[in-house]
Design a protein around this ligand. Structure first.
Ligand SMILES: Cc1ncc(COP(=O)(O)O)c(C=O)c1O
Length: 367
């Protein structure tokens, strides 16, 4: 089967040239006579890949020198616990903003360890917007936001004022999609499986003064940032293959102009899709203007009858598959449709989708 246009929300499509390069090196990486999957993480061949990957993260994200870059495991979900365990140590209290599924989960997990104040939420309108004018203040160890909400399709277009409270952000679904000022944050974390690499490695960028050797009582060593920071992310065996794939992917991003290049590419795709949705009398984007994600675009038809709408959505998704476009169903918790258009998706994929949407609308409007 030929490759399809893959709108998956994560794990999601990777650049074809990255996959081809990895396939080429599967049996012999850099003349070592073995593939990355087979070599010691302490070998010079792998260490070189590792160092280069960290240097690429630092370069592409413009990471200041007083931040550590860590390559961890356990997905972004493990960060939901590591953050309160390691940062919630003075006031045992943090402030969160609830912007939908992933931030709701982060809040629930943090509450197992510390006191959490949810200082703003967009639950009142089905998480279809990012709360405006959020300001954090008070005796909090940290403030937490989910910068891009993969499921609901919203995105913070401003960085909230925290009055000196370290700001922590989950950037799993928007990392390197556009430039981001790392110096405004205490911790940034991202599961890799959208814009960086296959699932299995989690990137953490943490300001050095937030790395403590006294996390909350009985915090496992593996969940202590200091453990990994002291050992250069090699306290135990790191996810070597995923780091290698990240390396290839970061080189691809660099070749295409880095974060600025990605922003241009991503705005072009997102503008095409949102402009079409905004002028359509058949579909609409579910997220308010000013809060829309560059990466995840959920949409619905104007059909009000719930049963009919469900049928139409299903027909839409099946029809798209017939034209080699996959994974357009909305998340199971929200329904409808969602197109995830991460860095690796090219404009042709979105053009093909819009063409199909026009055709589908015409056919179904006549019914
Ligand atoms: C914004 C966000 N945070 C956290 C997660 C959970 O990530 P993981 O599966 O790596 O634990 C996801 C997964 O899709 C996500 O999109």
């Amino acid at each position: 089967m030929a490759r399809v246009v893959n709108f998956a929300a994560g794990p999601s499509c990777l650049p074809e040239e990255v996959l081809k390069q990895a396939a080429k090196e599967m049996l012999d990486c850099n003349g070592s006579g073995m593939g990355v999957n087979e070599m010691s993480h302490r070998s010079s061949t792998f260490q070189k890949i590792f160092d280069e990957t960290e240097a690429l993260v630092r370069e592409l994200m413009n990471v200041p020198d007083n931040y550590k870059v860590l390559f961890l495991q356990g997905g972004a979900s493990t960060q939901f616990a590591m953050i309160p365990l390691n940062l919630g140590i003075k006031y045992n209290k943090a402030a969160y903003v609830d912007t939908g599924t992933w931030s709701t989960k982060a809040i629930k997990e943090a509450k197992r360890f510390i006191t959490v104040d949810t200082i703003a939420s967009s639950a009142d309108k089905g998480y279809s917007y990012i709360p405006k004018n959020v300001v954090f203040q008070g005796d909090y160890d940290y403030a937490h936001i989910t910068l891009n909400n993969t499921i609901k399709g919203s995105h913070w277009e401003y960085i909230p004022e925290t009055n000196g409270i370290p700001l922590v952000a989950d950037i799993s679904s928007c990392i390197l999609s556009e430039p981001l000022d790392v110096s405004k944050f205490g911790v940034l974390y991202a599961g890799a499986q959208k814009n960086l690499a296959p699932a299995g490695v989690t990137l953490v960028i943490i300001r050095e003064d937030l790395i403590t050797d006294k996390p909350l009582d009985k915090t496992p060593l593996m969940l202590t940032y200091k453990t990994h920071s002291d050992k250069g992310s090699m306290f135990n065996t790191p996810p070597c293959w995923n780091i290698y794939m990240m390396n290839l992917n970061l080189k691809w991003i660099k070749k295409l102009g880095g974060a600025e290049g990605m922003a241009k590419r991503n705005h072009e795709k997102a503008d095409l899709l949102y402009n079409y949705l905004d002028k359509s009398d058949y579909y609409y984007a579910t997220v308010e203007k000013g809060s829309r994600s560059l990466m995840n675009v959920p949409f619905l038809t104007y059909e009000k009858d719930e049963e009919k709408a469900k049928k139409i959505n299903k027909l839409f998704v099946l029809g798209a598959e017939k034209e080699d476009m996959y994974n357009l169903a909305g998340h199971r918790s929200v329904g409808g449709m969602r197109a995830s258009i991460y860095n690796a998706m090219d404009i042709k994929g979105v053009q093909k989708l819009v063409k199909y949407m026009e055709k589908f609308a015409q056919e179904n409007l006549r019914k």
